[in-house]
Design a protein around this ligand. Structure first.
Ligand code: GLN
Length: 198
C-alpha cells in the first residue's frame, strides 16, 4: 500500500488527511525528513505560501522536499501549495522562495481585486461531472510552459478563462480547495498518479 504525506508545517493539513483517508490511502503528516522518506507522494496544502516556505526552511524540509520533487515524487499542491510548486510567482514578497517544479507562473491573491473568496463549478480534465471549486484568496495560473496540461479554468464571471488547475508529469496543482466539501474525486486522480500506470 502506498503512503501519501501531507506537508504539515502550516495550512489545512487535516482536511487533506481526511480526504485521502476516505479513499483508503495511508497518510503521514510530514514535519521531518524521516516522515518525508516514508512517502510515495506528497500533498502541499492551502494556507499562506510565504509562511509555509519559511516554516519548511525552519523544519529543514525545504531542500529535501525540493529534492524529492526533482526526483519525480508525485506531488499535489492546493492554493498556497500551488504557489509552492510554481517556478515563477507574480505578486510574491521580494524574498519569497518556492520549491518549484511546475513550469508555470502563478499570480498570488489574483482574484483579490474582485472578491476574497468565491465558489464556482469547473470542468476538470478526467472527471465527468464538474467540481464545485472553493477559492480562498486564491492564485491563478498566469501562464504555463509547453509541457504543462491545463486541467481546469474558471468558467463564469470576470475571471472566466483563467487557469486554475494544471498537471505536469507527476506534479498536480489546483488554485482551489478540493479538500473542502467532501468531494474526493480530484484527490482520487492524484492517488492514481501516485499508484502509477496500471
Ligand atoms: N493567498 C495565500 C498565499 O498567497 C494562499 C491562500 C490559500 O491557500 N487559501 O499563500
Amino acid at each position: 500500500r502506498r503512503t501519501i504525506g501531507v506537508l504539515a508545517v502550516q495550512g489545512d493539513v487535516r482536511e487533506h488527511v481526511r480526504t485521502l483517508e476516505s479513499l483508503g490511502v495511508s497518510t503521514v503528516r510530514v514535519r521531518r525528513t524521516s516522515e518525508l522518506d516514508a512517502c510515495d507522494g506528497l500533498v502541499i496544502p492551502g494556507g499562506e505560501s510565504t509562511t509555509m516556505a519559511k516554516l519548511a526552511r525552519t523544519f529543514d524540509l525545504f531542500e529535501p522536499v525540493r529534492q524529492r520533487v526533482k526526483e519525480g515524487m508525485p506531488t499535489f499542491g492546493t492554493c498556497a501549495g500551488m504557489i509552492m510548486l510554481a517556478d515563477r510567482i507574480e505578486d510574491g514578497t521580494d524574498d519569497q522562495e518556492t520549491i518549484g517544479g511546475l513550469d508555470i507562473t502563478v499570480r498570488r491573491n489574483a482574484f483579490g481585486r474582485q472578491v476574497d473568496s468565491f465558489e464556482d463549478d469547473v470542468h476538470f480534465a478526467g472527471l465527468h461531472e464538474p467540481v464545485h471549486a472553493i477559492f480562498i484568496r486564491a492564485p491563478w495560473v498566469e501562464s504555463v510552459g509547453s509541457g504543462v496540461e491545463v486541467l481546469a479554468r474558471v468558467e463564469h464571471g470576470e475571471a472566466a478563462g483563467r487557469i486554475v488547475a494544471v498537471r505536469q508529469g507527476s506534479l498536480m496543482a489546483t488554485s482551489f480547495h478540493p479538500e473542502v466539501g467532501g468531494d474526493a474525486r480530484v484527490h482520487r486522480l492524484f492517488v492514481d498518479l501516485v499508484a502509477g500506470p496500471k
